[in-house]
Write a protein that binds this ligand. Structure first.
Ligand code: PBG
Length: 339
């Protein structure tokens, strides 16, 4: 997709009829430039306390929080569907949240227990990607430590994120995915992972993450929506900026990111394409909670058909240059793709 093909002088109509190859299904399949497979999908899952718990999320219809045993069951389901990777997010109980998000460092927190349960259930048949940021653990809902004025402190936060990353890696995480947007965290985390003997633990950086209105249902899912005062615009990117996304990506790659992510997804496919063309590295995108909810709302309103909307939107990520997509529709899409 990154090279420009030589342009033969196009024969004029009727020698050229672009509809000719579209006439039959076999021909359309033969001419199709981009393909979607279950290997393109990363499935985000929300972890909650208890045993045998499935807790539906109202603003994310069809998505639930699962207790650790349920997460292990979802992991087995994902393996059977040929989904290569899960992304984990905890709904930390209120009593364990505080100003510093210290539960993120607890080796027996929900995330670590879920990682170990997946490993017990599936061995290394599936990858486990873990989110690094403090918002599911802080009493104020911000991704980092805040000063008296509520400003999110960069360098102090990075120190905690390093500890959180090491905690997740020790529990068996395969891919550390910092979603916090602090400056310098990729280098700090990479150095710490190398020092702790985790040379093969990857980093997928949320490199170009925007301060978006599409994250609402996710904040319900991890229980931070009611806690968050204000917004995240002092650290997440301004939706008007594209050149800045290239600088973010360049820095994270220079600091040791194995792959980069653009987030949200569909409204930012131009960013995906520009990153892919500029750097030729693995780019992932997150079709976020508000995008999922929009599709489900369209289906509920009779404005579209779920299966077609899901497959078309996911294919668009591939066409734009993505190596894969984090999507709450992952299991459904994998089933449609006939794994
Ligand atoms: C927070 C985080 C967010 C998402 C992933 N990690 C929300 C936020 O930045 O407030 C959003 C994912 C989604 O909306 O599906 N570190």
């Amino acid at each position: 997709m990154t090279h420009t093909p030589p342009r033969a002088a196009a024969a004029a109509y009727p020698a050229t009829r672009l509809r000719r190859p579209r006439a039959t299904a076999w021909s359309r399949a033969m001419y199709r430039e981009t393909m979607l497979t279950p290997a393109d999908l990363i499935w985000p899952l929300f972890v909650t306390d208890g045993t045998g718990v499935e807790d539906p999320i109202a603003s994310l219809p069809g998505v639930s929080r699962w207790s650790v045993d349920g997460i292990a069951a979802r992991a087995k389901e994902a393996v059977a569907l040929d989904i290569p990777c899960l992304a984990l997010f905890p709904n930390t109980q209120a009593g364990l949240r505080n100003a510093t998000g210290s539960e993120a460092l607890n080796p027996d927190n929900l995330m670590c227990r879920a990682i170990r349960a997946i490993r017990d259930a599936c061995g290394d048949a599936i990858g486990v990607l873990t989110d690094v940021a403090l918002d599911p653990y802080t009493s104020h809902g911000q991704d980092g430590l805040v000063d008296a004025a509520g400003y999110v402190l960069n360098d102090d936060t990075v120190d905690v994120l390093v500890g959180q990353s090491l905690n997740q890696a020790a529990a068996g995480a395969d891919i550390i995915a910092p979603s916090d947007m602090m400056d310098g965290r990729i280098a700090a985390i990479r150095t710490a992972l190398e020092g702790a003997g985790h040379a093969n633990v990857q980093i997928m950086s949320y490199a170009a993450k925007y301060a978006s209105a599409f994250y609402g249902p996710f904040r319900d899912a991890v229980g931070s929506r009611g806690l968050l005062k204000g917004d995240k615009r002092t650290y997440q990117m301004d939706p008007g900026n594209a050149e800045e996304a290239l600088r973010e990506v360049a820095m994270d790659l220079a600091e040791g990111a194995d792959s980069v992510m653009v987030k949200p997804g569909l409204p930012y496919l131009d960013i995906v394409r520009r990153v892919k063309e500029a750097f030729a590295v693995p780019v992932f995108a997150y079709q976020v909670s508000g995008e999922y909810a929009m599709i489900e709302a369209a289906v509920a309103a009779g404005a579209g058909e779920r299966d077609a909307l899901v497959l078309e939107t996911l294919l668009a990520f591939k066409r734009a240059g993505c190596s894969g997509v984090l999507t709450y529709h992952a299991a459904h899409a994998a089933r449609l793709l006939g794994a």
